[in-house]
Design a protein around this ligand. Structure first.
Ligand SMILES: NC(=O)C1=CN([C@@H]2O[C@H](COP(=O)(O)OP(=O)(O)OC[C@H]3O[C@@H](n4cnc5c(N)ncnc54)[C@H](OP(=O)(O)O)[C@@H]3O)[C@@H](O)[C@H]2O)C=CC1
Ligand SMILES: Cc1cn([C@H]2C[C@H](O)[C@@H](COP(=O)(O)OP(=O)(O)O[C@H]3O[C@@H](C)C(=O)[C@@H](O)[C@H]3O)O2)c(=O)[nH]c1=O
Length: 287
């Protein structure tokens, strides 16, 4: 199988590179510097030369706050470029593996009450910020293209590479004695190592369609921060606050828990509890 990884220099892309190297699976990974997926002509030229039979798209615009100021840029990467990749896959009859986000959901108070186990794959979407809108545009493009696809929604993604909430908390704690973290946004982290292992299982079993892939549990960002500092042995005055006390450019959904019931029924898939995922991640970081 000729596998192409786009966005190979990102948090998830690098995890894929490490995983496939360890598995001794042949692949080509293109970092953003070598392939800009918003340049459709160049992308199509590269694809025609490489002739992959599986594309794993890890390229994305992920700056949630900045997307409010440059929604077109987010849309170009997360929407239009994904349409180009999906059209190519449809034409060549090859599979596209793509990652999306919990932020495609609105996270209303009503949903929080009615969905104790989180949003299912087929629940109506309605993002509350520009990043979520752009990711939803990518999802729609994939479905409209008619290609064979695996669309894997992850949430609060963290791993040893790149930047993420765990690393941000540990970094901030180096310079501060106290931190305020929101305690009214509920969800659950996905850990890159587990995401890649389970995504590979889905690929291997020729699964198609949308899957939610997170660790297990339901927490707030404050709960997450508390556990990060507990496990890392960092002493800090951590204050739980409402979102109104931590204003951000982009609104975040108050509830973005993803139901993992569907993926749990796939044999070979193994989800971890969020505390365990964090423990493994900190061990990898040698914290
Ligand atoms: N991070 C998170 O918390 C979450 C992420 N996701 C989704 O998971 C996937 C992986 O995210 P993650 O690895 O964390 O994101 P990162 O931001 O770490 O990586 C994204 C990569 O895409 C690259 N990229 C950006 N624009 C382009 C472009 N035009 N052409 C080619 N490459 C480009 C970036 O390169 P450069 O750095 O040079 O810009 C970067 O290497 C994404 O689809 C994201 O939406 C879903 C939920 C949570
Ligand atoms: C740094 C910091 C953040 N926060 C809040 C802001 C926000 O509501 C929440 C998380 O902050 P971040 O900015 O790190 O995370 P955010 O950029 O919202 O993370 C999102 O990224 C995109 C790419 C996704 O797809 C989502 O699944 C999600 O992971 O914590 C605090 O309350 N205190 C703090 O000191």
């Amino acid at each position: 199988m000729r596998i192409l990884i786009t966005g190979g220099s990102g948090q998830l892309g690098r995890e894929w590179v490490g995983y496939l190297n360890r598995k001794e699976v042949e692949f080509i990974s293109l970092p953003s510097a070598d392939l800009d997926i918003t340049d459709h002509d160049d992308t199509n030229r590269v694809l025609s030369n490489l002739r992959p039979d599986l594309i794993i798209n890890c390229a994305a615009y992920t700056k949630v706050d900045q997307a409010e100021a440059e929604p077109e840029k987010a849309h170009q990467v997360n929407g239009e470029a994904v349409r180009n990749l999906a059209d190519y896959c449809a034409n060549k009859n090859i599979k596209l593996v793509h990652f999306s986000t919990d932020y495609v959901f609105p996270g209303t108070e009503e949903d929080m009450q009615e969905l104790p186990h989180g949003y299912t794959e087929d629940h109506p979407t309605n993002p509350v910020n520009a990043y979520g809108e752009s990711k939803l545009a990518g999802e729609k493009a994939i479905r409209e293209s008619g290609c064979d696809f695996l669309l894997i929604r992850v949430s609060w993604l963290c791993g040893k590479y790149g930047s993420n909430f765990v690393k941000t908390m540990l970094k901030l704690a180096e310079d501060r004695d106290e931190l305020k973290v929101v305690n009214d946004q509920f969800g659950c982290p996905s850990f890159t190592k587990n995401v890649v292992e389970n995504s590979w299982e889905l690929i291997d079993q020729k699964e198609t369609g949308i899957f939610h892939l997170t660790s297990t549990g339901k927490i707030t960002w404050y709960d997450f921060a508390s556990e990060i500092f507990k496990q890392a042995g960092v002493r800090i005055n951590l204050e739980p606050v409402d979102s109104s006390e931590f204003p951000t450019k982009a609104k975040r959904p108050a509830f973005s828990l993803l139901s993992t019931e569907k993926i749990t029924n796939i044999s070979g898939v193994s989800l971890i509890e969020w505390e365990e995922g964090l423990k493994l991640m900190l061990a990898e970081l040698k914290v």
